[in-house]
Design a protein around this ligand. Structure first.
Ligand SMILES: Cc1cc2nc3c(=O)[nH]c(=O)nc-3n(C[C@H](O)[C@H](O)[C@H](O)COP(=O)(O)OP(=O)(O)OC[C@H]3O[C@@H](n4cnc5c(N)ncnc54)[C@H](O)[C@@H]3O)c2cc1C
Length: 500
């Protein structure tokens, strides 16, 4: 058991000014206001990781709590709308499917919509499940405007693609307006109290930053959580073997699609993220299968637009810090672990870590019970996302490369094996408590990766064949209806950024 000092927490020091550092500083200051003094230190010489451009819908909650105006946000961060991810070549080369933020059809009590669709399919209906999903219909026709849906059937959940550097700069401006103090400079030394807690950070210029609680947002190295406190790391490279990325911006396409592309190659996958001013591109790959040069050549050959900078290489280890909160240090962002960007979850993990810290905020002193709760919750969150990512790799039917064949053969966590088995047996999906991904996400990726349920729920038999056909046709018509009234995605963005 750690020997933890019970002092009131008044001074919070954030180490790092990447997306994690500024999201943490901004939200803590916004929510805790005058209860804490927040200081952030960052080093322009060290810089940030410089990637991280695709998000998932909870980011809108973060922006709302921050009081961010959407038009201003879109303008400041050169953002576009994200309704889905399109996965190409993941099941087999030449085929693709969407994982949207929406849900297909409309579910009945005790029976998800897809059971009705499975029965209709057994009767010979060839309509794709995605034809019942408004997010898919908008993504593929390039339409978007927020829908104020009275009926959940017409909800259109969305997130953003944005320029990560501009987002951090924007949050910095908001944070400084609220009173967050910023220091520029490299942390050169770290001093600890006799009990092991961090006492202060010393910058190159000799300036000392003392604090009661330190948020380590120093990136992969984890300057406080790992280099000082040695929290340890669970390496999940055996489940998710990609360990490098190469990133390069390119000229934008004439028309911006409201979704991320994820294009699988023979030993990794390529992202394409449309922003207002450029495309973000990168290749996530396994260094056991591609040299850096091969990876960079492959990426550049598949840009379809002119590169705007030299390729930048990033090495990473997939996994999580064993203790994300240890003593008076909470690691947030890359310092707390890394799950590759296949489902754009890292920025969300920053958000949920800061929300968790706010919920357990140790205003009266740090106690072991709060540390334990925090670490348990973050471990579960990481493991659930890890399982979802493994599903994409493991459930492939590619026979064209050793990488994909190895993925089919690899041992997977029991939690995932059970989820896949029950879906394959009878089409059932069970979302574990607090799982970030809803049943509709699991459904789309399982079907997209080629897992075909052998059966469907008997409630789907409660209707005559004719009634079922009529119900499905009605739902499809309801989902199609908004399309005619929605503007093009580019028109929507342009209208928003022109707003005063
Ligand atoms: C290839 C790749 C693609 C990604 N794509 C996505 C995506 O699409 N969506 C998503 O949600 N996430 C994505 N991520 C993750 C995302 O980039 C990060 O979660 C996010 O940028 C947060 O990074 P960070 O702030 O933790 O670290 P960094 O950006 O590395 O920032 C570290 C900060 O610490 C400072 N620092 C370090 N050492 C010192 C020191 N000694 N003194 C002073 N300051 C110091 C640095 O100056 C910097 O300000 C991706 C990550 C990678 C690697």
């Amino acid at each position: 058991m750690n020997n933890v000092v019970k002092n009131a927490v008044k001074k919070v020091v954030v180490l790092g000014g990447g997306t994690a550092g500024w999201m943490a500083a901004a939200l803590l200051k916004k929510v805790l206001a005058g209860a804490v003094e927040i200081t952030l230190v960052e080093s322009e010489d060290i810089g940030t990781v410089g990637v991280g451009e695709a998000t998932i819908p909870p980011i809108r909650l973060f922006n709302n709590v921050m009081g961010i105006n959407e038009a201003e946000f879109l303008r400041e961060t050169k953002a576009t709308i994200k309704l889905a991810i399109k996965f190409d070549n993941w099941r087999v080369p030449g085929e693709g499917y969407f994982h949207t933020f929406g849900a297909p059809g409309k579910s009945l009590a005790f029976c998800h919509f897809h059971h009705l669709w499975l029965r209709a399919r057994q009767q010979g209906d060839t309509t794709s499940l995605w034809q019942y999903d408004l997010n898919y219909l908008c993504a593929t026709t390039g339409k978007f405007a927020p829908i104020n849906a009275k009926d959940s059937i017409l909800e259109l959940p969305y997130a953003y693609h944005f320029d990560a550097g501009l987002y951090a700069r924007y949050l910095r401006k908001l944070s400084e307006q609220m009173g967050v103090l910023r220091h520029e400079g490299k942390v050169q030394q770290v001093f600890q109290h006799p009990n092991g807690d961090i006492k202060c950070l010393v910058l190159e210029n000799g300036h000392e930053l003392a604090g009661d609680l330190f948020i380590d947002c120093s990136g992969f190295r984890g300057l406080l959580i790992q280099e000082q406190l040695n929290a340890g790391y669970d390496d999940w490279g055996h489940f998710l073997p990609c360990d490098r990325a190469v990133a390069v911006p390119s000229e934008r396409f004439e028309k911006t699609v409201p979704y991320t592309r994820s294009i699988a190659h023979s030993a990794g996958w390529q992202w394409r993220i449309p922003l207002q001013h450029r495309n973000g591109n990168g290749l996530v790959y396994s260094s056991a299968h591609y040299s850096d040069e091969q990876a960079s050549d492959l990426l550049l050959a598949n840009l379809e637009r002119k590169a705007l900078a030299d390729p930048k290489f990033i090495r990473f280890r997939t996994g999580r810090r064993r203790q994300q909160w240890q003593r008076n240090v909470v690691a947030v962002g890359l310092a707390s672990g890394f799950l590759e960007p296949l489902e754009s979850t890292s920025i969300h993990l920053i958000q949920s870590a800061v929300v968790r810290l706010i919920q357990l905020f140790p205003h009266n002193g740090i106690c072991q019970s709060a540390i334990k709760e925090y670490n348990q919750q973050s471990q579960l969150e990481y493991e659930q996302i890890r399982d979802f990512l493994i599903l994409h790799y493991h459930a492939n039917q590619r026979s064209d490369s050793p990488f994909w064949r190895d993925m089919q053969q690899m041992a997977i966590p029991d939690s995932l094996r059970q989820k896949m088995a029950i879906f394959a047996d009878n089409g059932q999906l069970f979302r574990e408590q607090n799982d970030l991904f809803l049943e509709s996400s699991w459904l789309q990726v399982m079907l997209g990766q080629g897992i075909e349920p052998k059966d469907y729920h008997p409630i789907a038999n409660n209707f005559s064949a004719e009634k079922l056909r009529e119900m499905l046709a009605n739902i499809q018509a309801i989902k199609q209806e908004p399309l005619a009234k929605l503007p093009d995605h580019d028109t929507y963005i342009q209208t928003m950024i022109n707003r005063g």
